[in-house]
Design a protein around this ligand. Structure first.
Ligand SMILES: C[S@@+](CC[C@H](N)C(=O)[O-])C[C@H]1O[C@@H](n2cnc3c(N)ncnc32)[C@H](O)[C@@H]1O
Length: 246
């Protein structure tokens, strides 16, 4: 049975960072005043059909959106799609809000904070560990999932922290519609091998690649992420793995 709420005792352990360097004035204001408008509340029932305007029929989910460049970019390109973004890192969430509103500076902040002109209200933010949202997402409710450059946790003793694991894949398979795509990108050789193995043993997904180019080159609809740019500048070549939900 799906439950609408959870208790502290149910919380899975999160090993990443929740806060980084100081969040400057404008971004703190965005977190305080604008995030509540887009936030998926943790302790309220989730009504999927009320999250977005009635004409939005498809939902894409981005897990660990980091600074939000990909999420903001995809949502801008696809006003007809509703996007759920999950991120724990406060500085990243603040950056996404800055991209959506155009507010970067602390001076002359407007009385009313709004989305940039021309931007549709098609992003909702879960500002915590996505695993806390899983039980509230109905079966086959999402059309596409992006998991871009998940923390690699390359040391063997940290392998249990890797997001791609059979428990999470079961949840992703459950919420993804048949024929929907789960896209995983990574620049880390350990995580690449790990992901290929984990996905291979998961009966719910089929790798769509038919040749090297399909996974070594950016997909046509790709938008570069901050982490990817860092990887490229340090000489690491990412791979892009698309899996179809069977
Ligand atoms: C290596 S960063 C990549 C960020 C972004 N996707 C990019 O490519 O620039 C991984 C991000 O995933 C977030 N993350 C890790 N586990 C998560 C979880 N269970 N739920 C939500 N976000 C998560 C982290 O906070 C971090 O910002």
């Amino acid at each position: 049975m799906l439950s609408d709420t959870f208790t502290i005792a149910d919380q899975p352990k999160f090993f990443g960072r929740r806060k980084g360097r100081t969040i400057h004035k404008a971004k703190s204001v965005l977190l305080e005043k604008f995030l509540p408008r887009l936030r998926i509340e943790k302790d309220k029932p989730l009504q999927m059909n009320k999250l977005f305007a009635a004409d939005i029929k498809k939902i894409y989910l981005e897990i660990g959106f980091g600074s939000g460049d990909h999420l903001a970019g995809q949502a801008g390109r696809h006003p007809e799609i509703g996007f759920i973004g999950a991120e724990v890192f406060q500085n990243g969430i603040a950056n996404l809000l800055s991209l959506l509103t155009g507010i970067k500076e602390g001076k002359n902040l407007p009385e009313q904070i709004t989305l940039l002109p021309g931007r549709r209200d098609n992003i909702r933010i879960f500002d915590d560990d996505i695993r806390l949202l899983f039980s509230r997402l109905p079966d086959a409710s999402v059309d596409r999932i992006f998991l871009l450059f998940p923390d690699p946790w390359p040391k063997k003793r940290h392998a249990s922290r890797r997001f791609v694991n059979q428990d999470n894949l079961r949840e992703l398979a459950r919420i993804l519609k048949k024929g929907g795509i789960l896209r995983i990108a990574t620049d880390h050789p350990v995580y690449k091998t790990w992901t290929l193995r984990q996905m291979h043993t998961c009966p719910d997904f089929r790798w769509t690649a038919t040749c090297g180019r399909d996974w070594k080159q950016e997909p046509a609809d790709w938008i570069k992420t901050k982490y990817q740019q860092k990887a490229l500048s340090e000489g690491r070549r990412p791979v892009f793995l698309d899996y179809e939900r069977l």
